[in-house]
Design a protein around this ligand. Structure first.
Ligand code: IPE
Ligand code: IPE
Ligand code: MG
Length: 250
């Protein structure tokens, strides 16, 4: 599929974002605040995923990308990591058929080599089953890291151009894990932290950023609409001046 860079064309910001990328953060603190184990927050967080996916479908978002597990999250206690893996398996078991029935295409990106065979098979099966769906594309970033993505793309790019020493952005981009999607228009991070935490580093170059203190398990359609409304009031200039943009739309 053709690679489209949001830094070369000016999309209309007053529209619904085509691609929303979300760092779903704050599950642990949501649970701790309620004197519950952290995992209870992750369980509740899966419900929010369902809500947000439905909201994307009804609002006409084309791509939603969810950061579920970062390459750094292996540093967590073993118990929490294995619970997150089990939760991922159950979520796939429960949700894939429903997604398929709703014409949703599921993609899982990240370094999947560290996952066990069962999970990898389930992922491959879910992707295959939903590959030809034409509605919303849901991408789950699992064992994903922005630096990992850039490094693996460089490896593939170099292999594709033997002997070359000089490369362009256009040559790298098709090898990034999410080359099938346009760059995100809107980035949302819940849970109060204002950082990227090694999410889509390359692709977020010109994405509008939105941060909310709401913990992911409490994030709702209303809050999602608030983030979209905030996006719709931004002026995306991509290095140009405001006057240049006014000329273009007049
Ligand atoms: C995000 O919530 C989910 C994952 C990283 C898997 P956290 O688990 O990071 O929750 P907090 O940030 O500790 O509250
Ligand atoms: C980012 O959240 C990763 C995911 C939501 C999966 P973290 O909670 O791991 O990020 P830091 O550690 O606060 O930067
Ligand atoms: Mg966190």
């Amino acid at each position: 599929m053709k690679y489209t860079s949001s830094t070369t064309a000016v999309p209309e910001a007053n529209k619904v974002p085509r691609h929303v990328a979300i760092i779903m953060d704050g599950n642990g603190r949501w649970a701790t605040k309620r004197f519950l184990p952290r995992v209870a927050g992750h369980v509740k967080g899966v419900e929010t995923v369902r809500t947000v996916v439905e909201a994307c479908v009804t609002r006409g978002v084309e791509y939603v990308t969810l950061f579920a597990f970062s390459s750094e999250n292996w540093r967590r206690p073993e118990e929490e990591v294995s619970l997150l893996m089990r939760l991922f398996v159950t979520a796939l078991e429960r949700e894939v058929a429903k997604m398929h029935a709703n014409n949703i295409r599921l993609k899982v990106v990240g370094d999947l080599t560290r996952f066990n065979d069962k999970l990898r098979q389930m992922i491959a099966q879910a992707e295959r089953k939903t590959a030809n769906n034409t509605g919303l594309t849901v991408t789950v970033c699992a064992n994903y890291g922005g630096r990992w993505d850039i490094m693996q793309a460089i490896g593939k790019m170099v292999a594709a151009h033997p002997g070359a020493t000089d490369f362009s952005e256009e040559q790298l981009a098709p090898h990034l894990a999410m080359a099938y999607a346009p760059e995100p228009d809107l980035f949302i991070r819940t849970g109060g932290e204002e950082r990227i935490s090694n999410f889509l580093l390359w692709q977020l170059a010109y994405t509008e950023l939105y941060f909310t203190d709401t913990f992911w398990p409490d994030f709702s359609d209303e809050q999602f609409d608030k983030a979209i409304a905030s996006y719709q009031h931004r002026e995306r200039r991509f290095g140009r001046t405001g006057d240049q943009l006014a000329e273009k739309t007049n």
